[in-house]
Design a protein around this ligand. Structure first.
Ligand code: C5P
Length: 422
C-alpha cells in the first residue's frame, strides 16, 4: 500500500522511525513528509534511510514533479504521527503552506491523525473544536495515550505506541477497502468505530480478613493490551480492573474508562452493570472460583499450634452468567489458561470449556510451563465455531499486544458477521 507518513514537530517525532519500520515490514511503500520543525527533532537522512525515499518539506523542492499535489493524489493511506496542535489547527482551517499540509488538502485517501501534545493543548477548546471539525469531515483521529509527556508533567497527550498507531491505521484502511466486500470474508482489522467493548482484567482477591486475601498471579497486562487494541480499532472501551498495578494502568489510551474492583462479586456487579450497552464483553480477568465462607472484621489471630482449616464457597461463574443473559448480537469472549495431564491435553480441556461456557470465542493458552502470567509474550489459539462445528485457530505467538490485535480483529470480524446473519 502506498502510505504517506506525515511527521510534525514534536518530541514524539522519533517514534515515527518505528512506525516507518513497522509499515515497511508490512510491505507498505512509505513516503515520509515531515514539517520543517519535525526535522529539528529527527534528521531527514534518518527518514530517508528507513523509508528508502527522498524527504522534502517544501512545496518548492522537486518542483518538476509537482510534488505538492502528486504525493497526496498518489497516496492510498495518509498517517500523521505525531500531529501537533498547530498542525491540527492548520489542517482544520484548510491551510496549505508546506508540503505536508498541501498533501493533506490534496489527498482523497483515508487520513489518520495521531495527536501528541501537552495535556493543556489537547484540552484547549481551540484544539477540541479542531479535532471535532476533522472528525466531522471523516478524518480518523486516534485518542492520545495517557502518561509521561516532555518534561516532568504527565496526562493525556502522549503519542500512542507505534504498533497501536499502525494497527489503527490498517484497520481504517481495511474498513475502507472492504466497505463493499461480503461480510464475514475474513478481513482482519475492521474498524470498531462506535462500538462499546467491556474488558475485565487482572486477578480477583477474596478477603479473609482486613489485611489478608486469597489471590492469583494475573498482572492484568493481557487485558490492558486488549483495551489498547480495541481503542486503537476505534472502540469505546471500559476496563474492569481487578487489582491492577496503577503503574500498568498508565499504559491505557486516553478515553478508556477504568472501573476498579477487588473481589469476584464486585467484578460480577461491574460486568453486569455494563452488559446492557456493550457490543462485546471480554472476560480476561483471572477470577477466583472460590471465596472464604467468612471474612472476619478484624485481623485473624494465630491460635494454638494447630493448622487452620478454611471453608470456601463457590463464586458465581461470571462468564456463564453473561452468556445466559446475552443481549441481541452481543459477542462474549472468554479466556482459558489450561494445563494438560496424562489423559487429556490442555487443548482438549479448552475445547470442553468452550462448549460448557457457551461463549462465542475462547482464547486458549497453554500454561503448563507457566508461560503466561506476568510475561510480555504469550501463545494462544482462538477457539470458535462455524456451521455448528468447533473451530480451533492456528497457534499464534507474539507479544500480548500482537495477540490482542489478533483477538480484536477476530472480534470485529465476528461482530460484522453476526449482525449480517439473519
Ligand atoms: O473456568 P475457568 O476459570 O478456566 O474459565 C476461564 C474464563 O472464565 C475466563 O474468561 C474467566 O475470566 C472466566 N471466569 C468467570 N467467572 C469465574 C471463573 C472464571 O467469568 N468464576
Amino acid at each position: 500500500m502506498r502510505t504517506v507518513l506525515g511527521v510534525a514537530g514534536g518530541i514524539a517525532a522519533y517514534k515515527a522511525a518505528h512506525i516507518i519500520r513497522r509499515l515497511r515490514e508490512l510491505d507498505h511503500s512509505v513516503k515520509v513528509v515531515p514539517t520543517a520543525n519535525a526535522l529539528n527533532f529527527v534528521g531527514a537522512p534518518t527518514f530517508e534511510a528507513l523509508s528508502g525515499q527522498t524527504v522534502t518539506t517544501d512545496v518548492f523542492d522537486e518542483i518538476d514533479t509537482v510534488n505538492h499535489v502528486r504525493i497526496g493524489q498518489d497516496a492510498e493511506l495518509v498517517i500523521i504521527a505525531p500531529a501537533t496542535a498547530n498542525l491540527i489547527a492548520k489542517i482544520a482551517a484548510g491551510i496549505a503552506d508546506d508540503l505536508l499540509t498541501a498533501t493533506v488538502l490534496t489527498t482523497t485517501a483515508e487520513v489518520v491523525v495521531a495527536p501528541a501534545m501537552h495535556t493543556e493543548m489537547w484540552q484547549n477548546p481551540a484544539t477540541v473544536a479542531n479535532i471535532a471539525t476533522l472528525r466531522a469531515r471523516g478524518v480518523h483521529v486516534l485518542e492520545p495515550a495517557v502518561g509521561r509527556l516532555t518534561g516532568p508533567d504527565s496526562g493525556p497527550g502522549r503519542l500512542p505506541e507505534p504498533e497501536d498507531v499502525v494497527a489503527y491505521a490498517l484497520s481504517v484502511a481495511d474498513a475502507a477497502g472492504s466497505a463493499d466486500a461480503a461480510p464475514g470474508t475474513g478481513h482482519a482489522g475492521q474498524s470498531l468505530d462506535g462500538r462499546r467493548i467491556v474488558i475485565s482484567a487482572g486477578g480477583t482477591r477474596e478477603a479473609l480478613d482486613p489485611v489478608r486475601f486469597l489471590g492469583n498471579r494475573s498482572s492484568g497486562k493481557q487485558g490492558i493490551a486488549l483495551a489498547r487494541a480495541a481503542r486503537a480499532a476505534g472502540a469505546e472501551v471500559e476496563l474492569v480492573a481487578a487489582n491492577i498495578d496503577s503503574g500498568l494502568l498508565t499504559d491505557l489510551p486516553a478515553g478508556t474508562t477504568v472501573t476498579p474492583v477487588e473481589s469476584t462479586l464486585e467484578l460480577q456487579t461491574a460486568m453486569r452493570a455494563s452488559q446492557p450497552d456493550a457490543d462485546a464483553l471480554i472476560m480476561a480477568a483471572a477470577v477466583a472460583d472460590y471465596r472464604p465462607e467468612e471474612t472476619t472484621e478484624s485481623k485473624m489471630k494465630k491460635t494454638g499450634d494447630d493448622g487452620l482449616t478454611l471453608r470456601l464457597v463457590q463464586n458465581p461463574d461470571i462468564l456463564r452468567g453473561l452468556v445466559d443473559d446475552r443481549i441481541g448480537t452481543q459477542l462474549i469472549i472468554g479466556f482459558a489458561a489450561e494445563t494438560g495431564d496424562a489423559q487429556t491435553t490442555a487443548l482438549d480441556y479448552a475445547r470442553a470449556k468452550f462448549e460448557r461456557k457457551g461463549v462465542d470465542l475462547l482464547v486458549f493458552n497453554d500454561v503448563s510451563d507457566d508461560r503466561a502470567f506476568g510475561h510480555d509474550h504469550t501463545a494462544v489459539q482462538i477457539i470458535g465455531s462455524a456451521a455448528g462445528e468447533i473451530t480451533v485457530g492456528e497457534e499464534f505467538q507474539g507479544s500480548k499486544d500482537d495477540v490482542s490485535q489478533k483477538v480484536i480483529a477476530t472480534l470485529a470480524e465476528q461482530l460484522t458477521h453476526l449482525e449480517s446473519t439473519p
